[in-house]
Design a protein around this ligand. Structure first.
Ligand code: NAD
Length: 280
């Protein structure tokens, strides 16, 4: 079984963004990270995103609001950030505290700067099968992984476990756009095992530690594990239990060092794309 590590995908994305940056002739795109409060997973994602932007030679400005910020203050500032011509892309860290209507923020974000595809305009573009706009970074990270490792998608039977808008549902649309025959599974799916066994490409984004084991996998399957969970010992693990898969599956993305590592590179790629679409 091949291990599809994220690093190779990151390198491929970096090479691609470097070309676009060259075409931008020294212009350094700037990402605005907007965070409300001190939520630990958000802080950790922010740290990773900043490091990646630095690594790709991109700038970051962080806008932090107190947990109890009023809607008036937050949305006025959020509008200004979106309108600022010195900012090429905006990443809004979610969830937002209760007093802030997340839908209002999603509708307010400039679709051309909406790097994680949360605006209704970008969602519609993804679901219409269009290439314009931005898809959520994690779903696209899966597609980038398939592309880098030259896994054929066209005509393949793909099964996605998970139907969240941010990962599973969007990923299903991206696989469909590349002409896979796609099945989406979720908590109400009657026989998950049988559905998964039909997969030539199996993408799992359920958020359930080790949900998928060898009983769910057919010989030669390529498995993409999006899950980030803690196992019984508190260690990081995916939605797939890799034990017993080595003589069965063709390939698997590890957790950690798999899809998670690619997500922030897609964010960087989107930032450079946003600048290029505006300036070239
Ligand atoms: P979510 O909770 O919003 O959605 C989970 C989906 O999985 C739901 O649609 C649900 O129906 C389905 N599901 C849950 N348990 C199931 C089961 N037993 N059988 C069948 N379907 C089941 O989660 P999400 O935001 O889509 O994230 C999914 C996972 O991906 C989480 O582990 C999350 O941490 C991870 N994630 C990773 C990245 C990354 O960068 N790698 C980014 C976002 C999310």
């Amino acid at each position: 079984m091949r291990e599809l590590t994220g690093q190779q995908v990151v390198d491929a994305i970096r090479a691609e963004t470097e070309k676009t940056l060259e075409a931008l002739g020294g212009y350094v795109p700037t990402l605005a990270i907007v965070r409300v409060g001190e939520n630990v997973p958000q802080l950790s994602y922010e740290k990773g995103a900043k490091k990646r932007m630095q690594n790709f030679g991109l700038d970051v400005k962080t806008f932090v609001f107190p947990e109890d910020v009023t809607p008036e203050v937050f949305f006025q500032r959020f509008r200004e950030i979106n309108a600022d011509s010195a900012i090429d892309g905006v990443l809004l860290l979610k969830p937002l505290p209760e007093q802030l209507d997340v839908r209002r923020a999603e509708q307010m974000i400039d679709p051309e700067k909406d790097l994680d595809g949360i605006s209704p305009v970008n969602i519609a573009r993804v679901f219409a099968g269009e290439e314009a706009g931005f898809a959520p970074c994690t779903a696209e990270a899966v597609m980038e992984t398939l592309r880098t490792y030259e896994v054929p998608v066209h005509g393949k039977r793909a099964v996605v476990v998970g139907r969240s808008l941010v990962v599973g549902r969007t990923l299903a649309m991206l696989l469909l756009r590349d002409n896979a025959t796609v099945t989406i599974c979720h908590t109400q799916t009657k026989d998950l095992k049988e559905e998964c066994k039909k997969a030539e490409i199996l993408a799992v984004a359920a958020g359930r530690a080790k949900l998928i084991d060898r009983d769910y996998v057919s010989a030669g399957c390529v498995i993409l594990d999006v899950g980030i969970n803690a196992d019984e010992n508190g260690n990081l693990c995916g939605d797939v239990n890799p034990e017993g898969l080595s003589d069965l599956a063709a390939a698997l993305t590890p957790v950690p060092r798999g899809i998670g590592a690619v997500t922030t590179s897609v964010l960087a790629k989107h930032l450079v794309q946003a600048a290029a679409r505006r300036l070239l």
